[in-house]
Design a protein around this ligand. Structure first.
Ligand code: FPP
Length: 240
């Protein structure tokens, strides 16, 4: 599995947490935090190419988020609908290819069609692949992939393709996984793709996240030594 949008481009994935608390701390309804979260999506995505990020995967709505109160779920779905309607032109203009990753059969009427239109209109974008996860569950993806395998042989590569395919995604390993909002957990996000991801947790609430925070995460990532289970190259003894 590789990163997209050019050789060496990073795949960053973000759990956009803290919208509700950001709003509540200001005496605002939780949905106000989600609205501000859309602005954070825009400025964060537009900062990616200059930071060497070719793929950005954002966790907008998990399969377990259906349990939230109906007004919050409805508000998030309206936000998704307006994002697809209002943002597509800007994404196309900035060379951003949009994909929506997750189940589509439980989304409200008209949204699957709007997703297909936005994906088609931005398909030629080569600066950034922006993947927004909606009704997404990594564990459900793995279960669905296992069911499709039906006892057949699999490699990590072929199984990774099945896992991604069950959620309308493409198989791309996550290099850098960021979670905002101060919590330190993965919440059923990219469990297969993040096998060797470097993790970065920040207290910044998502509505306040922006290019400087992303740059700080990338700078910390660049200082990490990734070994993928092997040894540091210099520490491998020369063959006798
Ligand atoms: C988690 O924070 C955030 C979400 C469940 C929704 C994230 C959604 C957006 C950033 C905007 C929606 C964008 C599109 C394109 C649909 P939380 O609300 O659980 O925060 P809390 O932990 O502070 O309550």
């Amino acid at each position: 599995m590789q990163s997209e949008a050019g050789p060496g481009a990073l795949h960053a994935a973000i759990i956009m947490d803290g919208n509700g608390r950001w709003a509540t701390q200001r005496g605002l309804p939780r949905l106000a935090g989600h609205h501000r979260g859309v602005e954070a999506i825009r400025r964060t995505a537009e900062a990616c190419p200059d930071l060497g990020i070719g793929t950005l995967t954002l966790y907008a709505f998990s399969a377990d988020n259906w349990q939230r109160p109906a007004d919050e779920v409805g508000g998030l779905m309206r936000l998704l609908r307006s994002y697809l309607r209002n943002e597509t032109q800007r994404l196309a203009r900035t060379g951003t290819r949009l994909s929506v990753v997750g189940r589509r059969d439980r989304l409200p009427n008209g949204i699957p069609e709007a997703i297909a239109q936005a994906e088609a209109a931005t398909a030629s974008g080569g600066r950034l692949h922006l993947r927004i996860c909606v009704d997404y569950s990594a564990r459900d993806a793995i279960i669905a992939a296992a069911q499709r395998l039906q006892g057949g042989e699999a490699t990590r590569e072929s199984f990774g393709e099945l896992v991604a395919g069950t959620m309308h995604g493409s198989p791309v390993d996550v290099d850098l996984l960021i979670r905002t909002g101060g919590e330190q957990r993965l919440s059923d996000f990219m469990l297969w793709e993040a096998a060797y991801a470097e993790l970065h947790f920040t207290d910044r609430m998502w509505p306040e996240f922006g290019p400087d925070d992303l740059a700080a995460a990338v700078a910390e990532f660049a200082r990490r030594e990734r070994r993928f289970g092997g040894l540091k190259t210099a520490a491998v003894p020369a063959a006798a």
